[in-house]
Design a binder for this molecule. Structure first.
Ligand SMILES: Cc1ncc(COP(=O)(O)O)c(C=O)c1O
Length: 368
């Protein structure tokens, strides 16, 4: 067997710090992974249960109701008005088994290979690189102010960013889209944190006409219900955008059996039709950000960006593993910035995905 050469799973290297943090007499505050801890919205769970008797194969394309609900949610939640996503075609929506699998397989599904560059931010979710490696394509870290390398066929954008919480404004998105289009590259915007802007922050979808100028050719937006709807355990994502690209993805995914289970499709439909729980989620994370950010700053860390999404990006101007170890000694586990690229070597990523009680405990420990 010749399995693809992939990096070691980074979290395995945190075992030592995790053991130290777990030794805290009041238990660990684990802020190392962005996994939701708040309840699944009841109506969403009920929709899953109601669809338990689903003996037949589900549609890879998703039910028409799901695709319709997705287009409506994008228009309602992510436009300054309906015009933001007006004209999006429900046929150009495809459910995915969470968004990570799409991120990992998109270069392969698009048929990219050794001659093709997959570009992604210099500080980035590790799966963009893994996806390029799985396809045998060439991964390239590209800072926001750097040009795309020659040979780029796929560009990942991620606003708000994991790990930095940075938001790209409409002008920055527009410039990247124009540059990619001029090279014939596909733009995939990973928008899994789009519905979680901090107070006073505006996030913009790549599907907003302000960005694309009236046509979605060459564009894909990747969405996830994991964070907005606390559905990481359901594996619920979707990709939407250029109808020709989505049709191509559908074709391959049908053959490959990449199908979202029918009960999950029903749960997603209910989640996408309801904005109240999404607003609640956002308010919860705003509250946690308000507690944790000043606590980190008072403890001597500098917090950069972090205006949206689920993470605080902080530095003590020292090697990230030193900061990880110092925080672990206080019973707080965070992720070293180097997981996200060499540019993160002096930073740590602090997730807001812990209960209010655990976030308050972290703030107290930081003050000691
Ligand atoms: C930037 C980014 N993209 C995609 C994902 C994958 O999310 P999921 O597979 O739960 O939809 C994550 C998860 O943390 C993420 O941070």
């Amino acid at each position: 067997m010749r399995f693809p050469a992939l990096p070691d799973f980074p979290w395995d290297s945190l075992a030592g710090a995790a053991a130290v943090a777990r030794g805290h007499p009041d238990g660990v505050v684990d802020l190392s992974v962005g996994t939701p801890v708040d309840p699944v919205p009841a109506a969403v769970g009920e929709a899953l249960c109601a669809a338990w008797d689903s003996p037949g194969y589900p549609q890879t394309w998703g039910t028409p109701a799901l695709r319709e609900a997705a287009v409506e949610a994008l228009a309602r939640r992510h436009g300054a008005g309906l015009s933001a996503t007006e004209g999006l075609d429900p046929d150009a929506v495809l459910p995915t088994i969470g968004s990570k699998e799409l991120v990992a397989w998109l270069p392969t599904l698009l048929g990219l290979g050794a001659d093709d560059v997959v570009a992604f931010p210099d500080l980035a979710y590790p799966t963009y690189e893994v996806g390029a490696q799985l396809a045998g394509a060439r991964p390239a870290r590209v800072a926001d102010d750097e040009p795309l390398p020659a040979g780029t066929r796929l560009v990942w954008l991620n606003s708000p960013s994991n790990p930095t919480g940075r938001v790209l404004d409409a002008a920055a998105l527009t410039d990247r889209v124009a540059e990619a289009r001029a090279m014939g590259a596909v733009v995939a915007a990973d928008e899994c944190y789009l519905a979680l802007p901090g107070p006073g922050v505006r996030t913009t979808s790549v599907l907003d006409p302000v960005v694309h100028g009236g046509g979605v050719d060459g564009l894909l937006a990747v969405h996830s219900l994991s964070k907005t709807s606390n559905l990481a355990g359901y594996r619920a994502g979707l990709v939407v955008g250029d109808p020709a690209l989505v049709a191509g993805l559908l074709q391959v995914r049908k053959h490959a059996g990449m199908i979202v289970p029918r009960p999950v499709q029903e749960a997603m439909t209910v989640a996408l039709r309801d904005d109240a729980h999404a607003a609640e989620t956002r308010a919860r994370y705003d509250g946690r950000r308000r507690v944790l950010r000043p606590a980190l700053e008072a403890a001597g860390l500098r917090v950069e960006h972090s205006e949206a999404g689920l993470y605080l990006w902080a530095t003590a101007d020292e090697p990230c593993r030193t900061t990880v170890d110092r925080l672990a000694a206080r019973g707080i586990l965070v992720a070293p910035g180097e997981f996200y690229g060499p540019a993160g070597g002096a930073h740590v990523r602090v997730a807001l995905t812990a209960s209010d009680e655990r976030i308050a405990a972290a703030a107290e420990r930081l003050a000691d």
